[in-house]
Design a protein around this ligand. Structure first.
Ligand SMILES: CC(C)CC(=O)Nc1cccc(-c2cccc(CN)c2)c1
Length: 227
């Protein structure tokens, strides 16, 4: 997260950290007791290694009462396109139901397939790098970002018609999601509307707005997997 600040501990109890050998790789969030949502391209960043899901954390390293590392029973993604940002969603089934408490809670996602109005202030959180020099935070960071219309985001100077109706854009001027924040939720009025994708892999540059997968465009798929 660029341009953000440390969150108040455990005020985002839905946040997950996808980890390989104790190293944070991607964000994610709890959508049901046994299911975490993240980004499909995070699996590529893991080279098919076995990964775990950390819930209940604020600090990645310190002991915290409700931190718990969960094994993964299986994963599912809607598409097969790896190189693009298309269908960049991942559903992770935990090996057991998460123990819900004040530090571990489910986050509702948007089910109505309508664009978030441009200008809406949303929030993204994660343990991704906090500077382009690659500084890794130990504690969860968050930043507030305004939504940018698809029409503006598709201009040549920005993402030049790459933004489909299954994606949305948020401002990236100084404040932005970045490496390691992929898979985390973009939350607007308390509801998850988007999932962080890496997009152009540029951070904090106003010319390359952040790209987020629109969750409401995948409700049918999500319900089919959770059923
Ligand atoms: C100088 C370094 C920061 C270059 C680099 O490694 N960028 C990188 C790599 C992979 C993903 C991402 C990435 C993820 C999530 C969101 C975004 C952009 N909002 C970028 C950004």
């Amino acid at each position: 997260i660029l341009g953000g600040r440390e969150t108040t501990p455990h005020l985002k109890p839905y946040m997950a950290s996808l980890q390989v050998h104790g190293k944070h790789i991607c964000g994610g969030f709890l959508i049901a007791e046994q299911w975490v949502m993240s980004a499909a391209h995070c699996l590529e960043d893991m080279d098919n290694a076995t990964f775990h899901v950390l819930l209940g954390a604020h600090s990645l390293k310190e002991h915290e009462p409700h931190k718990h590392l969960y094994g993964v029973l299986g994963t599912s993604s809607p598409g097969s396109s790896h190189d693009t940002n298309h269908d960049d969603l991942l559903l992770i089934q935990l090996e057991e139901r998460a123990h819900l408490n004040q530090d571990v809670q489910v986050l509702a996602f948007q089910r109505v397939d309508q664009d978030v109005p441009a200008g809406t202030k949303c929030e993204v959180a994660g343990w991704g790098i906090t500077s382009n020099t690659g500084r890794h935070p130990d504690k969860l960071q968050a930043v507030e970002l305004p939504i940018i219309s698809r029409e503006v985001c598709n201009r040549r100077i920005h993402h030049d018609n790459e933004i489909t109706e299954k994606m949305l854009c948020a401002d990236s001027r100084k404040k932005d999601s970045c490496k390691g924040d992929s898979g985390g939720p973009l939350v607007c009025h308390g509801v998850a509307e988007g999932v962080v994708t890496s997009g152009s892999r540029v951070c904090g540059n106003w010319k390359k707005p952040g790209i987020y997968t629109r969750i409401s465009a995948y409700v049918g798929w999500i319900d089919s997997i959770l059923a």
